[in-house]
Design a protein around this ligand. Structure first.
Ligand code: CA
Length: 250
């Protein structure tokens, strides 16, 4: 007996997962297969078929597509113009931490090691299954998500080390017992080394816009911080007074 409300075997609605992947591959057939596999999983995919175009996505990003922020690059090694290893090296050199999955026709151990040495996160040798590729992509994007929430970088300047995740500071290897305000003041200073802050800006940032006291409060806290950080608080090397403006760190 026929039924009109059979469940659809191939639901037409794709789930969108809000992740964007750049696929850099010069072989049309492989590139198209990757795009289909990833789009099927709900990824938004942008492609490049040579190294120069791929790099342009990063260099002109602000100009061209400010809303485009890739979560992963799938990068073929042998590419026209600029090869995959150089792209990888350049992105890392410029401080870009986007996960990179390298695709290579070569299976030799040296290629693999070289790829990982220039900062790639994973490696697949052609031919590979699309299922494997999608699984690796998912894992890399998930791992990146975790690393973004897990740890803020430790800040260090000479003998002062600030551990943001632990909200604590070490001076010359020993725990410095800072009050919450002193800690937030130091955190701000160390986040912007050598930047000069006026007393009003420091009040705004650390005490908040509703603070009713006067700017002398800043001077008092700076004095306390100096006693905890400086070798000689009367000759400060960390918290420097910038006459007529305010204070800077380092
Ligand atoms: Ca190629």
């Amino acid at each position: 007996m026929l039924s009109l409300d059979l469940p659809q075997a191939f639901p037409s609605q794709k789930t969108v997962n809000n992740h964007q992947i750049l696929v850099v591959e010069d072989e049309d057939v492989i590139r198209d297969m990757i795009v289909i596999a990833l789009e099927e999983e709900g990824y938004e995919v942008v492609t490049a078929s040579d190294g120069r175009t791929a790099l342009n996505w990063f260099q002109d990003k602000e100009v061209k597509e400010p809303e485009l922020d890739f979560d992963l690059i799938i990068l073929d090694l042998m590419l026209p113009q600029i090869n995959g290893l150089d792209i990888c090296r350049l992105l890392r050199y410029n401080g870009n931490i986007i996960p990179i999955l390298i695709l290579s026709a070569k299976a030799s151990e040296t290629d693999r090691v070289l790829g990982l040495e220039v900062g790639a996160d994973d490696y697949l040798t052609k031919p590979f299954s699309m299922r494997e590729l999608v699984a690796r992509c998912r894992a890399l994007i998930r791992r990146q998500g975790f690393s973004q929430v897990s740890s803020a970088p430790i800040r260090k300047f000479r003998d002062v080390t600030l551990y943001p995740d632990e909200c604590r500071v070490e001076v010359r290897g020993k725990e410095a017992n800072l009050s919450p305000k002193e800690y937030r003041l130091l955190d701000l200073f160390m986040s912007y080394p050598r930047r000069v802050w006026s007393r009003e800006q420091l009040i705004e940032q650390v005490w908040g816009p509703d603070f009713l006291g006067d700017t002398k409060t800043v001077d008092v806290h700076i004095r306390w911080l100096r006693e905890k950080l400086e070798n000689d608080p009367s000759q400060p090397e960390y918290l420097i007074t910038v006459r007529g403006f305010g204070y800077r760190f380092g």
